[in-house]
Write a protein that binds this ligand. Structure first.
Ligand code: FDA
Length: 453
């Protein structure tokens, strides 16, 4: 084991959060080292070529409200392109009937549509009253945090299809947990962090653009701007000894002393590290009430984007289908690309069910679900790929983490508190951009600014 010289700051984790911290501190002349457990940078951002198809295995979309990410893309000179969205979308309703539609409003009965519109207004109003950095200060925080989002929806309307659809936007599609397992306050936080519930309803807004070459180019570029040797891969941090003057971080390969340490890892993984002395009780308790959601991101490639010939955009939704949402994810930035790729998502309890099957059965179920949206041609892909995040020990879920019922008001205000020389940051504890790359940048910049001041 080597003992390195002292650093101003030791950053744990080379996701976008940790690399943003390191870049900002380095630009201000601070001596920084980044320790990353994996053999690559990027954390939940990963662009891989599998069977000759380039896939964005983790995060990929950029929306107009994500101003920190858009600014960073500009700073790094990275370009974006628009997701393919010409043609009709598909919806499968509670009665199992498949309908096509244009625009963002699902083709539901007039009553259900009215209820969905009304609930959208209610949720937009609640989100507008919330500072996403301080959801516990919402005027109705205590009540909203005591009730599950599913129970809150049941209080609001007796229209089951309206409830299922509104629940879909935040449950399966965002927090990737069943709507009965997180609070209405967490649901409002999700909406407020994206600039309003209406943004989550509008796929053309929230899934607006992709980065040429893939979103992992952001952390790769951030790491590339640091001096050689600053980012150390394969250095899983196991122990942090801290006192008033600084902290020593231990990995299997060495120990690193910093005046400050930034734990730029998801809250669930903060607790996997041993702290000497132990973190204060509230810190340890708090993180037992935070958990990752579960979603399987599926990439299915066909010889050609056959749905386009059918007049379909590739966009499909149904709270009643195994694949609750799917989109055309063809790599428009790859010259000469003739194949077509769909991306689909299977979330929470449906993902549990899928994971209980063997690989061939999983594939068959997913393709059947896609065929219900796009027709028989969906049964014959040339490539099929399931994201591996749930079994990856340095993430263990997707997309991000959230509190259980009642815990956002009980513990939330401690999320971003420093403990002696230790600071904590990740997209999971962001306000604006919560659970998104934009939030990772905001958290990284905020921690860097605090350390510099
Ligand atoms: P992140 O988890 O990326 O980084 C933490 C790093 O710490 C990791 O590299 C990990 O290996 C490392 N680490 C953990 N423990 C360690 C230890 N003990 N020692 C050393 N290193 C350790 N966002 C978005 O904006 N648009 C999108 O379309 C999507 N879609 C999406 C799809 C999927 C499938 C996923 C999984 C996620 C998304 N996201 C997204 C979310 C987005 O990817 C995510 O919010 C950020 O990338 C998180 O960045 P962080 O740096 O905060 O954490």
């Amino acid at each position: 084991m080597t003992s390195d010289p002292d650093y101003d700051v030791v950053v744990v984790g080379a996701g976008v959060t940790g690399l943003t911290v390191a870049n900002r501190l380095r630009a201000a002349g601070r001596d920084v080292i980044v320790l990353e457990a994996r053999d690559r940078v990027g954390g939940r951002l990963l662009t891989e070529t599998v069977d000759g198809v380039r896939l964005e295995v983790g995060g990929q979309w950029v929306s107009p409200d994500q101003t920190s990410l858009l600014a960073l893309l500009g700073e790094l000179g990275l370009e974006t392109y628009s997701r393919y969205r010409e043609g009709e979308s598909v919806y499968i309703g509670r009665d199992g009937v498949r309908c096509t539609f244009e625009g963002e409003k699902f083709p539901v009965s007039e009553r259900t549509a009215d209820e969905m519109d009304r609930l959208t207004v209610v949720l937009d109003k609640l989100a507008a009253e919330m500072d996403p950095l301080e959801p516990w200060n919402h005027p109705d925080a205590d009540r909203l945090d005591r009730i599950s989002f599913a129970a809150w929806l049941a209080e609001q309307t007796d229209d089951a299809e309206a409830r299922d659809n509104i629940g879909l936007y935040i449950g399966p599609a965002m927090l990737t947990k069943p709507a009965h397992s997180f609070s209405a306050l967490s649901a409002v936080l999700m909406a407020a962090s994206a600039g309003g519930f209406s943004h989550l309803v509008d796929a053309d807004f929230i899934l607006d653009r992709r980065v040429v070459g893939g979103l992992q180019r952001v952390p790769l570029a951030l790491a590339g701007r640091l001096p050689a040797g600053t980012v150390r891969l394969g250095e899983a941090v196991t122990k942090v000894e801290w006192d008033a003057d600084g902290a020593t971080v231990f990995t299997g390969r060495g120990r690193y002393r910093g005046r400050n340490v930034v734990m730029a890892v998801p809250p669930t993984l903060v607790s996997r590290v041993q702290y000497v002395p132990a973190l204060p009780p509230v810190q340890a308790q708090m993180r037992q009430h935070i958990s990752f959601g579960l979603v399987i991101k599926l990439h299915i490639t066909y010889e050609k984007p056959f749905w386009r010939e059918l007049g379909l955009s590739g966009t499909a939704f149904s709270p009643y289908a195994l694949v609750h949402e799917a989109y055309d994810n063809t790599n428009e930035d790859v010259a000469g690309e003739t194949r077509g790729t769909l991306v689909g998502f299977v979330s929470d309890v449906k993902a549990d069910g899928l994971l209980a099957l063997d690989a061939a059965e999983r594939r068959a179920r997913v393709l059947e679900s896609l065929a219900a949206y796009y027709g028989e041609q969906a049964l014959k892909p040339v490539h099929y790929y399931e994201s591996p995040w749930m079994a990856d020990e340095w993430t263990v879920g997707a997309f991000g983490t959230s509190f259980d019922i009642g815990s956002l008001t009980r513990y939330g205000r401690h999320l971003r508190s420093d403990v002696g020389p230790l600071a904590f940051a990740s997209s999971d504890i962001a306000g604006l951009g919560f659970q998104h790359v934009d939030g990772a940048i905001r958290m990284g910049e905020a921690v860097a600014a605090r350390l510099l001041s």
